[in-house]
Design a protein around this ligand. Structure first.
Ligand code: ADP
Ligand code: MG
Length: 702
């Protein structure tokens, strides 16, 4: 049996044994032959492309050079100690530099021998050098015995290298593993899918990913393995989704009733955008299937998610259920409460706010009203999930800014009823499509991809620190027009004290430029007690202060329509999605709004790209896409907890098209053969049987 070979523990492979087995498990999480074969090369050295030392430029991303190591010397003391090698070819001389594992590196090198080296050349005082180069003894005779022109390079660690498991050593193991398994490898993808997509077979792909004869074959092998990886992730996700709809009954919200209609016809102060209408339709039809809804609503800041949430809650109420809405902070919860109460006006819904600062007397009344059904809508913070909060009949739960909540917190809401309530999760952090398809591939996704009409685009500009006086002048003009202004300072956990100093220094110069009594300033930062924060926020919301100086605590959801200027200090230190969220705090009223990004004079390449992107576009999805390209999927906000993004070969930033194809194919498979009973889909049915548990815990959303 092929599968048995692949699950053979790694120490039984020829050339491994217990000791190396232990290191492979610890360092690379390689437990079996299959794991080893999935430790793919991250690069290939092209043995046909060499540089001469005399032709090096510092723009080269990397260079491969054939030369001779003529000298090794150590310089510096203790922590600044380093090993320097002098490396020569017939056009010149350069340096190789090591800062780490010096004695070990030194032991492995032979002065006077020819080497092929590889790395990024940099230049200092006219001398080129490569730090920690990849090195390999040059063996001219190896070429004649049909050496590969593409040499795979595997990631390894210092520890593995001590066991002779550098890239070369791993390559030897790959050869042994392939020899052991090759003849019995079974194709995991159905034939017809291979045919339709023109994919290389599994065994060939493994061979060519590790030992490619040509670049073309390496590419074809990688494409196939990427497709397979993405395909099976989607297969599990969509299978989950299918099972969940079958497993969990949901309340049927059949009809649109008095409260919904009253709101829609008599209260709604603006026409809904087409996107809002579409999403409400999607929610309505979802809530009437007899299955529980699990829907993610993605909409950029200001796209009008609140009203969509409200109308969904009214739908639940019209059908005899209660609804609740949970927000991550007290400020947000009370803003939601206020705007929902305002929108509802004379509509006869009974609504309440429950947060950490609700008095215990009030709290008791709310608990009682929830249980006897005299309360329709409860809005609040984490306080909603306390065990004491019991609903008579909760039909719909809305979670705002879902990524701020932990898994367990969401799960608790889900369990507040025998029949789980419909779940509507809203996020204002746009996620690129590829990420959404993977992270939330088992949810239904609605997009509000349209801003309400008549919004003036926010003017965004980038200034350097030394242009601050101009910014002060502009601030005075805006305040004179009656506008309000945010100034945000970065807050990075490791140096909270430093950042506070920043904020305080900024505040001091502000206080001089904008003196009392003419100007009033609110301050909000993360280290203040909640009460003080709220107090300061409220002063700003009521227009008693003109300037709000804050750290990023105001990032999420705060709505002050009269605030028309967002100034971000040290803007280069913020991530793109954070900048976008912050900018979304302005542009909420009728006036022209501005976002001013202030940065230091020295910018990194990524920092520059981020600021340029902000100036160029307002489209949250476009911004998220740039963010994905810059940082990779694992670092985007909201994705940290998603182990599903740890892929072996596919890359969500680069392989978007493959992902879309894989997902479409899986959808087509389930459409034609929902239970995977057809003969041609047997490999897929078997895969799911062997996989057992779901790819992501269902609790992720609930
Ligand atoms: P977000 O999606 O960021 O939560 P909100 O729901 O807070 O956005 O809406 C932002 C602002 O836009 C609010 O003042 C809201 O009343 C207003 N708004 C929402 N939908 C519309 C619409 N269709 N037309 C005009 N204004 C709208
Ligand atoms: Mg909102």
């Amino acid at each position: 049996m092929a599968d048995l070979k692949l699950i053979t523990p790694i120490e039984y492979l020829k050339g491994v044994g217990p000791q190396k087995g232990e290191v492979l498990r610890k360092e690379l999480q390689i437990f079996t032959l299959g794991d080893l074969l999935q430790h793919y090369p991250f690069r290939y050295i092209d043995r046909t492309q060499f540089h001469k030392i005399g032709q090096l430029t510092s723009e080269l991303p990397a260079a491969q050079i054939l030369g001779r190591l003529v000298q090794l010397k150590e310089s510096g003391e203790k922590r600044s100690k380093r090993l320097i090698g002098v490396f020569k070819d017939d056009t010149g001389s350069m340096e190789l530099v090591w800062f780490q594992s010096i004695s070990w590196v030194r032991k492995g090198l032979k002065v006077g021998s020819p080497y092929i080296i590889y790395g990024k050349p940099t230049v200092f005082n006219g001398i080129f050098s490569i730090t920690h180069p990849e090195m390999e003894l040059y063996q001219p005779q190896a070429k004649k015995t049909g050496n590969l022109s593409l040499q795979p390079v595997y990631s390894s660690t210092e520890k593995l290298k001590k066991f002779n498991l550098d890239s070369k050593g791993i390559q030897r193991l790959q050869q042994a593993a392939l020899a052991a398994c090759f003849s019995s490898l079974e194709e995991p993808l159905p034939d017809y899918i291979l045919r339709d997509f023109g994919l290389m077979g599994f065994a060939d792909a493994l061979l060519n990913v590790h030992f490619p004869q040509t670049a073309k074959l390496a590419h074809a092998a990688r494409q196939r393995l990427k497709f397979e990886e993405l395909f099976f992730i989607q297969l599990r996700l969509l299978r989950n989704k299918q099972l969940n709809t079958q497993k969990y009954a949901g309340h049927r919200l059949r009809h649109v009733g008095e409260k919904f209609n009253d709101f829609y016809h008599n209260r709604l102060p603006f026409p809904l955008t087409n996107a809002q209408k579409r999403v409400i339709r999607e929610i309505r039809s979802d809530c009437n299937t007899g299955a529980q809804m699990n829907r993610l609503v993605q909409g950029d800041v200001g796209s009008g998610k609140t009203v969509v949430a409200l109308m969904s809650m009214l739908l639940a109420i019209d059908n005899g259920y209660q609804a609740c809405m949970m927000a991550p902070t007290e400020i947000l919860a009370s803003q939601h409460y206020q705007s929902v109460a305002e929108l509802l006006g004379e509509n006869r819904c009974r609504i309440q706010l429950l947060t950490g600062s609700t008095s215990s007397k009030e709290r008791k009344l709310i608990h009682a009203a929830l249980e006897n059904g005299t309360l329709d809508i409860l809005i609040g913070t984490h306080a909603l999930i306390e065990d004491k909060v019991k609903f008579k009949n909760i039909g719909l739960v809305v979670i705002d800014e879902q990524h701020r909540f932990g898994v367990e917190q969401r799960a608790k809401l889900w369990r507040k009823n025998a029949i789980p309530p419909h779940m509507l999760v809203m996020t204002a952090t746009p996620i690129p499509r590829t990420l959404a398809m993977t992270m939330y591939g088992d949810l239904d996704i609605s997009l509000i991809d349209e801003l309400p009409a008549g919004r003036k685009p926010i003017k965004t500009v980038h200034f350097f620190e030394n242009q601050r006086l101009r910014v002060f002048g502009f601030m005075r003009e805006e305040i004179a027009k009656g506008r309000q202004i945010y100034i945000v300072y970065p807050l990075i956990k490791e140096s909270e004290k430093m950042d506070l100093l920043h904020l305080e220094a900024g505040l001091e110069s502000l206080a001089q430029e904008f003196p009392l009594p003419q100007y009033k300033i609110s301050i909000v930062h993360g280290q203040m007690p909640v009460k003080d924060k709220d107090f300061e926020m409220q002063r700003f919301i009521k227009g008693e202060t003109q300037i709000m100086v804050a750290t990023t605590v105001i990032e999420v959801g705060v709505n002050v329509p009269n605030a028309s200027v967002m100034i971000i200090e040290n803007a280069e230190r913020f991530g793109l999605s954070q900048l976008h969220q912050l900018r979304g705090r302005v542009g909420r009223g009728a006036e022209q709004s501005y976002c001013i990004l202030i940065s230091g004079n020295k910018l990194s390449k990524d920092g520059r790209t981020r600021l340029e992107t902000m100036v160029r576009t307002h489209d949250g999805f476009e911004i998220a896409e740039v963010d994905l390209q810059l940082r990779g999927p694992g670092d985007l906000s909201g994705t940290q907890q998603s182990g599903i993004l740890d892929m072996k070969i596919a890359d969500l930033a680069r392989d978007q098209q493959l992902l879309a194809q894989a997902r479409e194919q899986v959808i087509a498979v389930f459409h034609e053969d929902p239970n995977l009973e057809m003969e041609k889909n047997r490999p897929l049915a078997r895969f799911l049987e062997n996989q057992g548990g779901p790819v992501i815990s269902w609790d992720k959303i609930s």
